[in-house]
Design a protein around this ligand. Sequence first.
Ligand code: NAD
Length: 377
Amino acid sequence: AVIAVTKETRANETRVAATPETVKKLAAAGFSVVVQAGAGTAASYPDADYEAAGAKIAKTAAETLKDADVLFKVRAPEATEIAALKSGAIVAAALNPYQDKETLDALAKAGATAIAMEFIPRITRAQVMDMLSSQANLAGYRAVIEGAEAYGKALPMMMTAAGTVAAAKVFIMGVGVAGLQAIATARRLGAVVTATDVRPATKEQVESLGAKFLAVEDEEFKNAQTAGGYAKEMSKEYQAKQAELVSSHIAKQDIVITTALIPGRPAPKLVSAAQVASMRPGSILVDLAIEQGGNVEGAKLNETVVTANGVKILGHANLPGRIAADASALYARNLVALSTLFTTKEGEFAPNFEDEILQAAVVTRGGAIVHPNLKTA
Ligand code: NAD
């Protein structure tokens, strides 16, 4: 079977869905891989390296897709790519399924079997395919680096002949995969780190990383985690108590990194304009949830907002794209793991759509949108 990898076309997308390393692995598993010329350039993977790894390089997207049984992408394919697909072809990408209905409709209409990588279930066997985790981890790391870069002071305490430089205070809001890596990264840089989340399980994780945990630990908090491991949307009352607790804390922080998300819902607003105004000049907020509407009031997508009191709010979209070589490498390995569900033990191409992982992640098949969360009445 043929796996195609086309060049990403969405704004600011620097990642690529295969690397020379994964091309080798896919070839060893019996796939032929076609990569569009220049697909890896922005992530520092030159065409020649893909070729050396066994890929065929095709000039255009249409040429790349001509015989493809499978298309691997980072973001959803464009309409022109969908039109070039064979009916029944598999597409695996971060399809943004709750927001990008247009692409889902186009994929369904084209008869594609589309896999939304965001829907890979959080079971142990699927961890190796979990792009939300592989990318969130790097986003959490990068958020601290961006925050540190924008901050006009040092993160570690330094004792010098000219006097002492104080350690920065970093506060992480939302301690999922991204938040945990942000804590670890800020600690490595020598900051004094605190963190908050609504899921009780995070308290021990925060403390095990050497940071201090801060949260309203009431009855609602004790039940805030879904069976799937995600957060529930909290009540207005809880959010008010949370805001009050956070208020006095936030005013003393130097860098605040917010990562709070609720699947299928807009990001919860965790930091108000008044709280931002309470921070000292030169303080930094990094809003990782900006693509889902943002956790910080006043944050703007792809902008650095400087408030009247001299606080900067960073709203970078796609932080993993700012560490494109590693982000691509991990995502491409997620896809290699996924591809093992497409072949039998004997190496024959026969995707097992009964597998619980594909059951959870396939969103279009046989001409229709098939995922229960996405079907409109
Ligand atoms: P996420 O990206 O959906 O959300 C980020 C964090 O925001 C979560 O920790 C969430 O609890 C928090 N949050 C939501 N509302 C909040 C609020 N009002 N205030 C403060 N925080 C709020 O989460 P994620 O990174 O995808 O991780 C979710 C869970 O899934 C974690 O426990 C993670 O370890 C687990 N997980 C399991 C697997 C697996 O078993 N295969 C894989 C990945 C992640």
